[in-house]
Design a protein around this ligand. Structure first.
Ligand code: MD6
Ligand code: FE
Length: 217
């Protein structure tokens, strides 16, 4: 177990909320990494840019997306998939900073998933109004590894459902520094994000940045 200094933070900080048999919200878990995360995200933005991809159904996503790591997630009219090269430039995706993988590994371990080695990191930017409709993360070959999702900036309402689209969903607010981990029997649970409200975060303004780590292969 990690030792947590409670007196410096609000009471919820450092708590582990159980949202499924193998699904957890680790409140504030990413806080110690924020000083390094924000400049690294900024640097990534110089190398690539937040892109607005088109779904197979022909809708442009309201969430802007960047990739880093061995594999990158991509969507167009032909479907969702992971690629080794950026289809728009033909170049390899920017590499994943070692401390990104370290954060993901530590969060996964805290949730009971040892030895998580992500090969893909999606960096998503939400602006006011951006949303992510209920979906499953199922383009990965490796469904034994968990998903690790890090929230930064403006708060958002996260929906976490069941293995069926029509199942009951729980709603929880995710704030700067929170990490959600789900895997095992929960790996294919539906999840989504409600339209982002206008808000102001001292470091990121109106934006919410979400990093999702996966092991694809
Ligand atoms: C979140 N994000 O933003 C959860 N999934 O809290 C996701 O579930 C997600 O941002 C697939 C692709 C991009 C995402
Ligand atoms: Fe997802």
């Amino acid at each position: 177990m990690k030792s947590i200094t409670f007196d410096l933070f609000p009471p919820s900080h450092g708590s582990r909320e159980v949202i499924g048999p193998r699904s957890f919200i680790l409140r504030g878990f990413a806080e110690p990494y924020v000083d390094k995360l924000l400049p690294a995200i900024h640097a990534l933005q110089q190398q690539t840019a937040f892109r607005y991809l088109v779904t197979p159904g022909g809708f442009t996503m309201s969430v802007g997306l960047m990739n880093c790591g061995q594999l990158g997630w991509f969507s167009d009219r032909d479907g969702y998939r992971y690629t080794e090269k950026d289809p728009e430039t033909g170049l390899a995706w920017p590499s994943m900073p070692a401390f990104f993988a370290q954060l993901a590994r530590e969060a996964a371990a805290e949730a009971g998933f040892d030895n998580f080695k992500p090969d893909a990191c999606l960096v998503n930017r939400y602006l006011p109004g951006s949303r992510l409709s209920l979906h499953q993360d199922k383009s990965e070959d490796d469904l034994n590894s968990p998903i690790v999702s890090v929230s930064l900036g403006a708060p958002a309402i996260f929906l976490f459902g069941t293995l069926e689209r029509s199942g009951k969903t729980v709603r929880t607010q995710l704030v700067h520094g929170d990490v959600v981990v789900w895997g095992g029997e929960d790996r294919l649970r539906y999840h989504g994000v409600l339209p982002l409200r206008e808000d102001h975060h001292p470091l990121l303004g109106a934006q919410r940045i979400n990093l999702t780590f996966r092991k694809v292969r």
